[in-house]
Design a binder for this molecule. Structure first.
Ligand SMILES: Nc1ncnc2c1ncn2[C@@H]1O[C@H](COP(=O)(O)OP(=O)(O)OP(=O)(O)O)[C@@H](O)[C@H]1O
Length: 560
């Protein structure tokens, strides 16, 4: 299949903001893919990616290397291209321009096929060790040599991860269902269980609804995590859970999903990114501690401070980010793993098994020690007892408690009422930065006020709920400016419109009903708390969640 056809799709997607049209374009394109093995790749390419997020492979190509490759392919100097980028404000456009100016394509030039693009990008990702930069450069230059200006533009955006076609996971799911005449719910289910659109697309095409319904958990492919709603207090939680519940400590760390297959252990973060390499000591401990040969377990990884007290979750994220001198970090930030669920064990899918049973199995397969153990729990009907446990958890420096319904099954990707969380403060929100304003005076040259949006999964879009300017240090703002500048889409005077990528946690005094924003809600006195690098834009809090929190807040006010 020609890459040109995909480039054509990107172009059509860019030209419309209508979700229905976009869905149709994607669906038509998916239908036109005849080779099933290509279908494994195409959904990711449509999302502007080469690999799923949970794949360990990364291209490792920055702007500089890319410019160099195009320069090699066109004979246009890197400096000239850099100047052009300043003029157009868009690397993709400048690359297209460079390719259109190049002298004739070589006599041996071959049209780009999708297969060739993909295989070359795989080689780029897999190049490592001495001389790898040069090899990457050569592979890329070869691609650009045969690319048309338009193909070059989209290739560049895929390589840098800056594709802006407005296709999110929800849209892709709907398009897949439409293209292969299968049920949306079954596509969703298969995706929640495997997080692999490539695999789901292939099953949908080849086996239809029946095949999709049979899709099972696979060790090595992350499952979308089950999530919780808030409870006002222990009593409310107990009533919701049918009178009896398992209360567990809510640890303040980073969620991980551990996949073990014999000696092969892979660990995914909350965003289902592969973090295995950054935490080798945890991998080793899992091998020794998990008795099952094949298993998928979930837990909260906590950074342990002095006297065994937990440190804020950002410490764990620092561990995830570290790519070298990991040994040093193992000593500096020791990690403890508190397991709270088991989703698969030795050939048995556990997600349809009741929570009470899952917990028993979890206790059986873990050889507990000080580093890895099942989350501390209390099964009770008694509110006073639960209340006491709650206070103990807070005194020990934990975030609060989780309450889990004993007879509930594991619902991948769902934020229902089978899990409730109890925390002493009003829930902070994790929101996406949609826009910003350039500062003035002491803050001129840095972005200093940020428009925040909640995710609307129905529309696959983000809706504004407020602006935050407080809580940032000067260093934070410098950092944010660096991070957000490449995401600028448009500028109007002092205001900039941004690609929705960065998620931050904000505290606020209250959620108000407000006509100011389309969402109908506005945050009162929002304050920046932390950067949520562990969340992608689609993991941000949803507009439904904001509405729920509003109701929760009103319930609390009413003392109910
Ligand atoms: N014992 C536990 N059981 C389940 N989740 C736990 C437990 N201890 C800590 N957690 C964490 O709490 C989260 C559950 O809360 P929620 O579903 O709201 O997730 P979240 O959106 O990541 O929110 P938060 O920012 O509160 O962690 C889990 O994702 C997990 O990271």
């Amino acid at each position: 299949m020609l890459y040109k056809e995909l480039a054509e799709l990107y172009k059509r997607l860019e030209k419309t903001t209508l979700k229905t049209l976009k869905t149709k374009f994607v669906s038509d394109f998916l239908k036109s893919v005849t080779k099933p093995e290509l279908l494994e790749i195409v959904p990711y390419m449509i999302l502007g990616k080469v690999f799923p997020d949970w794949d360990e492979r990364e291209l490792g190509v920055g702007e500089k290397l890319l410019i160099k490759a195009v320069s090699m392919a066109t004979g246009i100097k890197s400096e000239e291209m850099e100047n052009s980028i300043k003029d157009t404000g868009d690397l993709g456009e400048s690359i297209a321009l460079a390719l259109s100016k190049r002298k004739q394509k070589s006599f041996f030039s071959q049209p780009l096929t999708l297969e060739r693009v993909y295989n070359t990008l795989v080689k780029v990702a897999e190049a490592s060790g001495a001389g790898s930069q040069d090899r990457k450069l050569k592979y890329l230059a070869n691609l650009f040599m045969d690319a048309s200006p338009e193909e070059g533009k989209y290739l560049a955006r895929t390589i840098l991860g800056t594709m802006r076609t407005g296709v999110a996971e929800g849209l892709l799911r709907d398009a897949l269902a439409d293209a292969f005449k299968v049920k949306v719910e079954l596509v969703e289910r298969a995706y929640m269980l495997t997080s692999d659109f490539g695999f789901v697309a292939k099953v949908a095409k080849l086996e239809g609804n029946e095949g999709l319904a049979k899709v099972e958990i696979q060790v090595g492919k992350p499952i979308r995590p089950m999530l919780a709603q808030m409870a006002a207090n222990v009593r409310e939680a107990l009533i919701e859970m049918g009178g009896e519940a398992e209360f567990e400590i809510k640890y303040d760390g980073a969620r991980v999903q551990v996949h073990k297959d014999g000696d092969n252990v892979v660990i995914y973060s909350r965003r289902l990114e592969n973090v295995t390499k950054s935490i080798p000591e945890v991998v080793e401990r899992v091998k020794k501690t998990l008795k099952a040969r094949k298993a998928i377990v979930e837990g909260e990884l906590v950074a342990v401070g002095e006297g065994g007290r937990p440190k804020p979750f950002q410490y764990v994220l620092r561990r995830f980010r570290r790519k070298y001198n990991i040994e040093e970090m193992i000593e500096k930030i020791p990690l403890e793993l508190n397991l709270f669920d088991v989703l698969y064990v030795d050939g048995k899918n556990m997600i349809d098994v009741q929570f009470m049973e899952r917990r028993k199995v979890l206790e059986k397969i873990v050889n507990s020690n000080e580093w890895i153990k099942p989350a501390e729990n209390l099964i009770t009907k008694n509110p006073e007892e639960a209340e006491e446990f709650y206070h103990k958890a807070l005194e020990l420096g934990h975030e609060g408690l989780m309450a889990k319904r004993l007879d509930s099954v594991y619902e991948p990707g769902n934020r229902g009422k089978k899990w409730l969380k109890l925390k002493p403060t009003m829930e902070n929100l994790d929101l996406v930065i949609l826009g910003a304003e350039w500062g003035e005076g002491r803050r001129s040259g840095v972005l200093s006020s940020f428009l925040l949006g909640a995710y609307d999964p129905v529309r696959g879009d983000f809706v504004p709920v407020g602006k935050v300017g407080s809580g940032f240090t000067d260093e934070d703002l410098i950092e944010f400016t660096k991070m957000l500048k490449p995401l600028i889409k448009k500028e109007h005077g002092k205001e900039v419109e941004l690609e929705p990528k960065v998620v931050i946690e904000v505290a606020y005094q209250e959620i108000q009903k407000s006509p100011k924003y389309e969402s109908g809600f506005a945050l009162r006195f929002p304050r920046y708390i932390s950067l949520r690098e562990d969340k992608g834009p689609e993991d941000a809090d949803t507009i439904q969640r904001v509405a729920e929190l509003y109701q929760f807040q009103e319930r609390m006010k009413g003392g109910k």
